[in-house]
Design a binder for this molecule. Structure first.
Ligand code: ADP
Length: 520
């Protein structure tokens, strides 16, 4: 209760003893002081109130006390109760009274009740000042957190611009190379590889961004099925393999002898592992070692990705799962990315009811990321039925309409599908798409949402009103893959929803399968 102690400065013994007795009886902590200098030093620490008598003013160091009172932080105004004879000579000047600031003057003789109730009122006022102090402190902490988040956001935006620009440069060069009239087949192949790789990288980046947005808005839904640990690990390793091999790392995988079967979203789970493996490869100098291991401990799947790379300083360990976090200096390393990978991993794991921890003994000592995923009891796992995958249908030539006001996007998609032997018609506006659809009667229509004359939603709604169009598979093409957009597409009558850039494999799968009505 130091915060509420009363500093008593009564030079005469009689005053001192009487006041100590009075306040002591009321349960108030009192510290008697002799001299302004000592009192001034105490004001810097915690003080509830000061009780002093006019006799104290003969102290030659009174100015030190007044100076200490004027140095208080903005929230503080220590209450001073001054017992004073009306005949004090010389009378206490107004200047001194002003300098005491929050002062209550009690003329002597004052009754014990008056003194006690003045001190109690002073302590109550002090309690309100402490509330203000706590609010100041909370605001300061929030302000600091906001400033830090703002700073991280600025760095993130700069990194994002950089990361998006990176793949653009080789694509632009590839386009220039394509313009050359005498291209050898190997050069053409090179151009194709460059564009495919770079666009793939950009698409991954954008997917991560959309995923993190969905997670923060609580809109990411898992598509759980029965999966095996080997499936998940294989697909993660396959995705991370180019980077691991590219840097000549050695990857060791240790899994339980008996494969584990459990409920999870296989895509998301391998995304988690792939992210950890990719980081291990990125943040380890060439020819390093990466170990991936999985064990079952008390119905919990424990996955560990360990590397002998650059390691992580202890102070940074707690921050790396925050969004846009990159350890100081990491952003200057060519391998570092957007700083959202681990935030995404953590979010995806939490959706699965899992957790992740990072361990490292510091720079140069490698890192280990440990994932823990509760799987439920063995019995419950074994009773879950395996989803039967529908056998893929063989390839069909489809009548396909593409509607997009971005002529290049429409023509490029048209060309791709034409090469795959589908019959293609292209429209560059919403209205012309409607006219074209009536004569061409497509099996499938890929319709851009953001067209200026008639939005994709309106085109879909119009088409669905016409009986002949009931069987068309309508696919919405948008730059936004949020759940809201999917719902709007579904409401407008779309069967499928694809985010741009459309993944050619997904397109091929869609056209090969029996056309079914489902926005997913
Ligand atoms: P980034 O896109 O920068 O890789 P992440 O969210 O995946 O973003 O990681 C955040 C930061 O954590 C990285 O910038 C890096 O500094 C650090 N980090 C992640 N994994 C490792 C690792 N295996 N070894 C050392 N540092 C790592």
């Amino acid at each position: 209760m130091d915060d509420y102690r009363v500093l008593l400065w009564a030079p005469t013994r009689r005053d001192r003893e009487a006041t100590l007795e009075l306040l002591g009886r009321a349960g108030i902590e009192v510290n008697p002081y002799e001299g302004a200098r000592l009192l001034a030093a105490e004001i810097e620490t915690s003080v509830g109130a000061i009780l002093m008598t006019d006799a104290a003013f003969i102290d030659p160091h009174i100015d030190q006390l007044l100076a200490a009172l004027s140095r208080q932080p903005p929230w503080s105004d220590v209450p001073v109760v001054l017992l004073c004879h009306s005949s004090t000579s010389p009378p206490i000047s107004n200047r001194v009274l002003d300098s005491l600031r929050n002062v209550t003057l009690l003329e002597r003789p004052s009754s014990s009740r008056t003194v006690l109730s003045s001190i109690q009122a002073a302590l109550r006022a002090r309690a309100r000042q402490y509330q203000l102090r706590d609010q100041f402190e909370a605001l300061r902490t929030t302000g600091a957190a906001l400033r830090e988040a703002d700073q991280r956001k600025d760095i993130f935006l700069a990194t994002l611009a950089h990361e998006l620009r990176n793949p653009l440069a080789p694509i632009r060069t590839a386009a220039q190379v394509l313009a050359s009239p005498k291209l050898a087949p190997q050069q053409l192949q090179w151009v194709q590889n460059v564009i495919q790789r770079q666009v793939g990288q950009m698409a991954l980046l954008l997917d991560d961004l959309l995923d993190i947005a969905r997670i923060t808005q609580g809109k990411l839904e898992l598509k759980k099925t029965r999966v095996t640990l080997t499936e998940v690990v294989d697909s993660a390793v396959e995705a991370a393999r180019p980077l691991i091999d590219g840097k000549h790392h050695e990857l060791t995988i240790t899994l339980p002898r008996e494969d584990l079967v459990f409920e999870a979203d296989p895509l998301r789970l391998s995304q988690i592992l792939c992210n950890l493996l990719t980081n291990a490869a990125k943040y380890t100098d060439p020819a390093g070692h990466i170990e991936l291991s999985g064990t079952l401990q008390n119905e919990t799947l424990c996955l560990s990705v360990k590397d002998d790379g650059i390691g992580i300083e202890p102070h940074a360990l707690a921050r790396i799962f925050q969004m846009f976090s990159q350890i100081d200096g990491a952003s200057t390393r060519s391998e570092s990315g957007l700083g959202i990978g681990l935030a995404l991993v953590k979010g995806l794991l939490e959706l699965h009811g899992g957790t992740i921890e990072a361990h490292s003994r510091g720079t140069g000592h490698g890192s280990e990321f440990c994932v823990r995923l509760p799987l439920g009891t063995r019995d419950s796992r074994e009773h879950q039925k395996r989803d039967v995958d529908a056998p893929p249908a063989g390839p069909h030539a489809r009548r396909v309409m593409i509607a997009d006001d971005n002529k290049d996007a429409a023509d490029a998609l048209g060309m791709l599908l034409d090469l795959a032997a589908h019959e293609i018609r292209v429209a560059y506006s919403g209205r012309s798409a409607l006219t074209l659809a009536r004569t061409f009667r497509p099996d499938v229509a890929f319709i851009d949402i953001g067209m200026p004359d008639l939005s994709g939603y309106e085109v879909a709604r119009e088409l669905r009103r016409e009986p002949w169009a009931a069987g068309i598979c309508l696919v919405a093409l948008t730059g936004w893959g949020q759940d809201d957009d999917r719902q709007r597409a579904k409401d407008a009558g779309f069967d499928q929803h694809m985010t741009k850039p459309v993944d050619p494999d997904a397109l091929e799968r869609l056209l090969a399968e029996p056309l079914r009505r489902k926005v997913n």
